[in-house]
Design a protein around this ligand. Structure first.
Ligand code: ADP
Length: 305
């Protein structure tokens, strides 16, 4: 249920981060003291800007009038429409949203561990054990989304947030797409971030749920090695590698990890395993507790209890 709220119901306590059009603050709800994240999106900037490749949707719970037809406004409305339908422990909860003259406010579940991009930058690369712990949760979130016919389309380190109890949550539904009809199973919009873009998007052929599986493969390889597998100095160079070059994890990684990355980075989308097959991959049931890569990551965020 959506509450009629305004920003006066919250006290902003500290800045958590900045995005393209938004600043995210930690905020305390005055009535019950609950800590949340408050994403403040600048309406002025949003309405001035325009983007090309945006999905369009029906049945919006419109927050802003879209009569001026700025596609970013439409995209935000679409994002909110999808985000408020999803409820899962591995997806950042959208608690409420409202607007005033200057900002659109998204009240989100607080993830005070920050995003995985920052986390990986500090740690350089992760053990297989820690990668298993993190990716398992992303896979659970994606199984839920795909079961609800939603493609996220922007799975990457900076859109994965950590809580203070080291849970992982999928954030940012700005590019998400809800599949409406059987005929709409493939979507041809060009979207994503170059390093995470799948071959089918790079070559602008129809794509579907398999594109999230590809991004997951990029994520796994990046966490394990510390580098995006198809990284080059140019977007063109990266897209060329994505389309034509086979990537394999170094042999120093377990057979399970190598096999998982091989499968998720299958170039032909129709041959790529679906997210449920990925969930059942042996990498996720492997016991790493006796390997040299111990489980001490549990304390990496906050220090021993
Ligand atoms: P944009 O969509 O404009 O890029 P983001 O949603 O990525 O903005 O937010 C910018 C930063 O704010 C993120 O990188 C993250 O560190 C922080 N942030 C976003 N949402 C939350 C949240 N729910 N809890 C904690 N920090 C968050």
């Amino acid at each position: 249920m959506w509450l009629e709220e305004t920003i006066t119901h919250y006290e902003l306590t500290r800045e958590l981060g900045k995005g393209g059009f938004a600043t995210v603050h930690e905020a305390r709800k005055k009535s019950d003291g609950r800590l949340v994240a408050c994403k403040m999106i600048d309406r002025g900037k949003l309405e001035q800007e325009n983007v090309h490749n945006h999905p369009s949707y029906g049945n919006h719970r419109y927050l802003l009038p879209s009569s001026r037809s700025t596609s970013l406004v439409e995209r935000l409305n679409a994002e909110l429409t999808i985000h408020h339908q999803v409820h899962h422990c591995n997806i950042v909860e959208l608690i409420n949203y409202f607007t005033d003259d200057k900002y659109v406010y998204l009240i989100l579940e607080l993830c005070s561990g920050g995003d995985l991009e920052r986390y990986l930058k500090e740690k350089k690369s992760l053990s297989e054990s820690e990668t298993q712990h993190i990716v398992k949760q992303v896979v659970n979130g994606l199984v839920y989304l795909h079961n609800h016919r939603i493609i996220h389309r922007d799975i990457k380190l900076s859109n994965l947030l950590l809580t203070d109890t080291y849970e992982v949550k999928i954030a940012d539904f700005g590019l998400a797409k809800k599949i409406q009809l059987a005929r709409d199973q493939n979507n041809e919009t060009m979207c994503g971030t170059p390093n995470y873009i799948s071959p089918e998007i790079a070559s602008r052929t129809p794509h579907s749920y398999a594109t999230d599986v590809w991004s997951l493969g990029i994520l796994i390889a990046t966490l394990l090695t510390g580098h995006p597998p198809f990284d080059t100095d140019t977007v063109h160079g990266t897209l060329k590698k994505v389309t034509h070059e086979k990537y394999e994890l170094p042999r120093t990684f377990s057979e399970e990890a190598q096999d998982l990355v091989n499968r998720t980075l299958t170039k032909k989308a129709e041959l790529r395993p679906n997210i449920k097959e990925i969930r059942d991959h042996p990498f996720f049931s492997k016991d790493f507790s006796h390997s040299s890569q111990s489980n001490n990551y549990k304390y990496a965020l906050w220090g021993p209890a």
